[in-house]
Ligand binder design. Structure first.
Ligand code: NAP
Length: 469
């Protein structure tokens, strides 16, 4: 099946490509392995310069790049611009911090009977990255920048609906001066991933995507004994307690649910509100959601563009219909607009119960479910009543409650009085069915490294006798 770029706002097919043949895939893997042989010994300072050059390109071409993403997957121009600049920032962050993150880690040599002992971070080789479409530039760069910094080379299998961005990323690194073969985009379908991952020249894998795709890549990588990082779906709780600043909480709730047209892994999806403030929160939240402008993502006035795929809209319509059929109520939205494109309006639902699919499945669209709880214990219990464990948000001015949430929420991150977001400075990743491994911060570049133990004893004496024990 051809790989196609389709504008989700107009349903127009922009361009198509044939997926790579088996022989072409083999050629790309060979090139990656050849490139690794010399790239692994390039100086870190040189890699940092290439990242800085990539940042300069992203900064100076932000307009064009953003338009490409908007027309390919429907995010608003403002959000595409923010994504592009965030990538530039990450390139600069790692260009500046790389030396520190990957420096040899000394250990107490005397304690281990050595003259010198330390741990050294060394790259593994070609890494396969399987990436999603929702932040088409950021997701791939979030993996690639730290991995390349550490001396690995990358093979990107991007989501099939963002081929233009996928090809752009390869071009970006080439134009930034990164040696040929160090970053390659493979335009292939998901059915060709196994072939790449089983190739002995490919040393590790990372997938950002849905939990089912994660299971598949995790199982494959496991059967080949190759390390993997899995960044999967989420159904983040957003807890509001009576002491919270309600104005800020409501504003953040709307943004947290609707960012990227509601298609973010760390979007808040379940709003868990203390009964003392439930009525006020619910009303203001629904008003805020209903006030968002749904429309052409190229229009600067638009808050919410279309969903990225027709299937994505079908999925959310099924989840909403299932909830309504089992007794849930709608406060706003819930009905697709009469227009071309895969639009779906901001929607707020109450009365969601465990037998509804929405209770346990990820809703990848601007649809929020709101729950009312009696106290902090019930809030935590409901927040954790999910298979996912990516991010979490808690709004409270009460120090003891803040500590409870930090201690007891089962998630890879907890944001108190702020919405979950990612920064290069902070580790990013999940637990439970949201995956394993960490990206960003010092953890990102180290995930695809051999932490090599180096122990150096005393040398031989003049008589050639080894004196080290
Ligand atoms: P997806 O359907 O799982 O696809 C993600 C990538 O995996 C695509 O490149 C896809 O290729 C590939 N893929 C799918 N099934 C596969 C399989 N069985 N074997 C090998 N590759 C496979 O997810 P999506 O719809 O693109 O993205 C949305 C999901 O990603 C949501 O669940 C979201 O929460 C999650 N996500 C997680 C994070 C995080 O950091 N935790 C960040 C962003 C998104 P094709 O496109 O060719 O099918």
């Amino acid at each position: 099946m051809p790989i196609a770029a389709v504008n989700p706002a107009t349903e127009e097919v922009l361009q198509t490509w044939d997926p790579l043949s088996d022989a072409e895939i083999d050629g790309r893997i060979r090139r990656a392995a050849d490139a690794f042989a010399s790239y692994r010994v390039t100086a870190l300072a040189e890699r940092a310069q290439w990242l800085t050059a990539a940042a300069d390109i992203l900064d100076s071409e932000v307009g064009e790049i953003s338009r490409m993403m908007t027309t390919e997957m429907g995010k608003t121009l403002a959000s595409a611009r923010a994504e592009t600049l965030k990538c530039a920032n990450a390139c600069r962050f790692y260009a500046e911090r790389g030396e520190a993150f990957l420096a040899d880690e000394p250990v107490d040599a005397g304690a281990v009977g050595a003259v010198r002992a330390f741990a050294r971070y060394q790259p593994l080789g070609p890494v396969l990255a399987v990436m999603p479409w929702n932040f088409p530039l950021w997701q791939a760069m979030r993996f690639a920048v730290p991995a390349l910094l550490a001396g690995n080379v990358a093979l990107l299998k991007h989501a099939s609906n963002v081929p233009r961005t996928a090809l752009f990323i390869e071009e970006l690194f080439r134009r930034a001066g990164v040696p040929e073969g160090v970053f390659q985009t493979l335009l292939i379908g998901s059915d060709q991933v196994e072939r790449v991952l089983r190739d002995p020249r490919v040393k590790a894998a990372t997938l950002t995507g849905s939990t089912p795709a994660g299971r598949s890549i995790g199982a494959l990588a496991g059967s080949e004994l190759k390390p993997s990082v899995l960044e999967l779906g989420g159904s983040d709780p957003f807890i509001v307690m009576p002491s919270a600043d309600l104005d800020r909480a409501v504003a953040a709730a709307v943004t947290a649910r609707c960012q990227n047209n509601g298609q973010s892994c760390i979007a808040a999806k379940r709003f868990i509100v203390h009964q003392a403030v439930a009525e006020g929160f619910q009303r203001r939240f629904a008003d805020g959601m209903a006030a968002l402008v749904v429309g052409d993502p190229l229009d600067e006035q638009t808050d919410i563009g279309p969903l990225a795929t027709e299937q994505g809209r079908r999925d959310v319509e099924e989840l909403v219909a299932d909830a309504l059929a089992r007794g849930a109520s709608i406060l706003c939205g819930g009905k697709r607009p009469e227009r071309r494109g895969w639009f779906y309006p901001p929607t707020v639902i109450t009365g969601v119960t465990p037998e509804m699919r929405m209770f346990s499945e990820e809703v990848f669209a601007p649809v929020a479910s709101v729950f009312t709880v009696a106290d902090v214990d019930e809030a935590i219990q409901l927040a954790n009543a999910t298979g996912f464990g990516l991010g979490s948000n808690a709004w409270t001015e009460d120090g003891a409650e803040q500590e409870r949430f930090v201690r007891d929420l089962e998630a890879g991150a907890v944001f108190v009085n702020g919405m979950t977001t990612s920064y290069p400075e902070l580790p990013f990743g999940g637990i439970k069915q949201s995956g394993y491994g960490r990206e960003l911060s010092a953890h990102g570049p180290r995930e695809f490294c051999n932490v090599k133990t180096v122990w150096v004893g005393e040398g031989r004496d003049d008589a050639g006798i080894d004196r080290s024990e």
